[in-house]
Design a protein around this ligand. Structure first.
Ligand SMILES: *Cc1c(COP(=O)(O)O)cnc(C)c1O
Length: 388
C-alpha cells in the first residue's frame, strides 16, 4: 500500500467538515439565506431547521432542546456560563476550577481575578487526575460556580464530573463542565452528570468553525452574555448562524450514532501508536492516567529533544500533530497541563499530542509509526552534537 501524503493527528485542535455536514449546510448559504427573525416566510421558515438542529444537539447530551442555546464557539459558551453564575449571584465572588482547563476557562478566570474575584485552581496528580475530596474542601459560602472540564484536551484524561456534580448539588453551588473534547468520543448525559451548564463546540466534531452550544439546565438561573436581539429566547443576542447551526445539528446526530464504534476503533489505533512508540523508541513515556481517558488522545514525552523540532520534521513528512493545545502553540511556554502534572519544563517541552478522529486511517497510523523512530534518532543525534 502506498503511504499517505497527508496524515492528520491533530483532531483535538480541529476536525474537517464531514461531507454530509457540508451538504446539509450549503442550501442555507446559497438559497435559504434569510433572517430567522423576519416576519415573512423566507425568514421564519428557518425556525424549523433551527429547532431540528437544537433537538439533535440536545440529544447528543440527553438534554431538552429548550435547554440548549447556540453560541459562536466553545470559548463563548464557557465565558457565558462563568459570567452568568457571577451575575446571577452577585454576593458570591469565588470560582473553583482546575489547573488543567482550556485557556477559554483559565484565561477568563485570570481576567476575573484582576477584577477582584477569587479563583481557586484545583491541582491534579502526576497522572493528571483530580481528587474530588479537594473540591469538597475548596467550596465556601462565597463560591458562585465550579467549572471543571469533562475531558482534558492535552492528555485525554476524563474527570469524575458525576461525583463532582453530587458534591456541588449538596453544597448548593452550580457546576459548569467544558465538554468540548468529550463530545462524540464518550457518551454524555447531562442528567447523570448533574451539571447546570455544559459547553460544546461544533468544529471539534466535524462541523465548521464558528458555532458552539451551551446547555443551561432548566431550573438554573441564566443571565445572557451577549445582549442584543431576542434570539435564543432572549438568552443570546445576535442573528443566528443558520448554516453553522444546521451543520452542528447534523454533526451531533452523526457523532451520537457512530460514537460506540468510533471509540473502539480509535482506542485500538491509539494503543497501537503508543505501544509502537514506547517499545521501539527509547526514552519515551506516556502522560496521563490509563484508567479513564478519551479513546482518541495520546500524549507522549520524548526525552532529549524539543517537541517543536520533531513537529517540524513530522510536518515535512506531511504529518500534523501538536505539542499541546493549538491555542498555546508558538509561545514556547511548556504546557500548563503537563507542568500541573508535575512534569519538569524540559519534559513538558519534549511532549507531543497525537489525536485521532473519525477519518483517521490504518495507513496514516502505519505511516506515523514507521517514520517516527528515525526522525527521533536524527533529532537526538543533532541535539547531542549541538551540546558538544
Ligand atoms: C477547542 C476547545 C475549546 C474552545 O473551543 P472553540 O470553539 O475553539 O472556542 C474549549 N475547551 C476545550 C477543551 C477545547 O478543546
Amino acid at each position: 500500500m502506498s503511504k499517505p501524503t497527508f496524515c492528520y493527528f491533530d483532531n483535538n485542535a480541529t476536525t474537517c467538515v464531514a461531507p454530509e455536514v457540508l451538504d446539509t449546510m450549503l442550501p442555507f448559504l446559497k438559497d435559504d439565506w434569510g433572517n430567522p427573525s423576519s416576519a415573512y416566510s423566507f425568514g421564519n421558515r428557518l425556525t424549523r431547521p433551527l429547532d431540528r438542529a437544537r433537538s439533535q444537539v440536545a440529544e447528543l447530551i440527553n438534554a431538552d432542546p429548550r435547554e440548549i442555546i447556540f453560541t459562536s464557539c466553545g470559548t463563548e459558551s464557557i465565558n457565558s456560563a462563568i459570567h452568568s453564575a457571577l451575575v446571577t449571584s452577585p454576593d458570591r465572588r469565588h470560582i473553583i476550577t482546575s489547573s488543567v482547563e482550556h485557556s477559554a476557562t483559565l484565561k477568563f478566570c485570570t481576567h476575573l481575578e484582576k477584577l477582584g474575584f477569587v479563583i481557586t485552581r484545583l491541582p491534579v496528580n502526576p497522572d493528571g487526575e483530580i481528587d474530588p475530596a479537594l473540591l469538597h474542601d475548596a467550596i465556601t459560602p462565597q463560591t458562585a460556580l465550579v467549572s471543571i472540564m469533562l475531558a482534558n484536551n492535552e492528555t485525554g484524561v476524563i474527570f469524575p464530573i458525576a461525583e463532582i456534580g453530587a458534591i456541588c448539588r449538596e453544597r448548593g453551588v452550580p457546576l459548569h463542565t467544558d465538554a468540548v473534547q468529550a463530545a462524540g468520543k464518550i457518551p454524555i448525559d447531562v442528567k447523570a452528570l448533574g451539571v447546570d451548564f455544559l459547553s460544546l463546540s461544533a468544529h471539534k466534531l466535524n462541523a465548521p468553525k464558528g458555532v458552539g452550544a451551551l446547555y443551561i439546565r432548566r431550573q438554573t438561573k441564566y443571565c445572557p452574555y451577549l445582549i442584543g436581539g431576542g434570539q435564543e429566547r432572549g438568552r443570546r443576542g445576535g442573528t443566528e448562524n443558520v448554516a453553522g447551526i444546521v451543520a452542528f445539528g447534523c454533526a451531533a446526530s452523526m457523532a451520537r450514532t457512530r460514537q460506540p464504534e468510533l471509540a473502539l476503533r480509535l482506542a485500538g489505533w491509539r494503543d497501537q501508536i503508543e505501544h509502537s512508540i514506547l517499545s521501539q523508541i527509547p526514552g519515551t513515556s506516556r502522560n496521563g492516567s490509563l484508567a479513564n481517558r478519551l479513546p482518541n488522545t495520546s500524549s507522549i514525552s520524548f526525552e532529549h529533544l524539543e517537541a517543536e523540532g520533531l513537529l517540524m520534521l513530522l510536518d515535512q513528512a506531511g504529518i500534523c500533530a501538536s505539542s499541546g493545545s493549538a491555542c498555546t502553540t508558538g509561545s514556547n511556554e511548556p504546557s500548563h497541563v503537563l507542568t500541573a502534572m508535575g512534569r519538569m519544563p524540559k519534559v513538558a517541552r519534549s511532549s507531543i499530542r497525537f489525536s485521532l478522529g473519525c477519518y483517521t486511517t490504518q495507513a496514516e497510523v502505519d505511516h506515523l509509526i514507521t517514520i517516527l523512530p528515525d526522525l527521533v534518532s536524527r533529532l537526538r543525534a543533532g541535539c547531542s552534537a549541538n551540546e558538544d
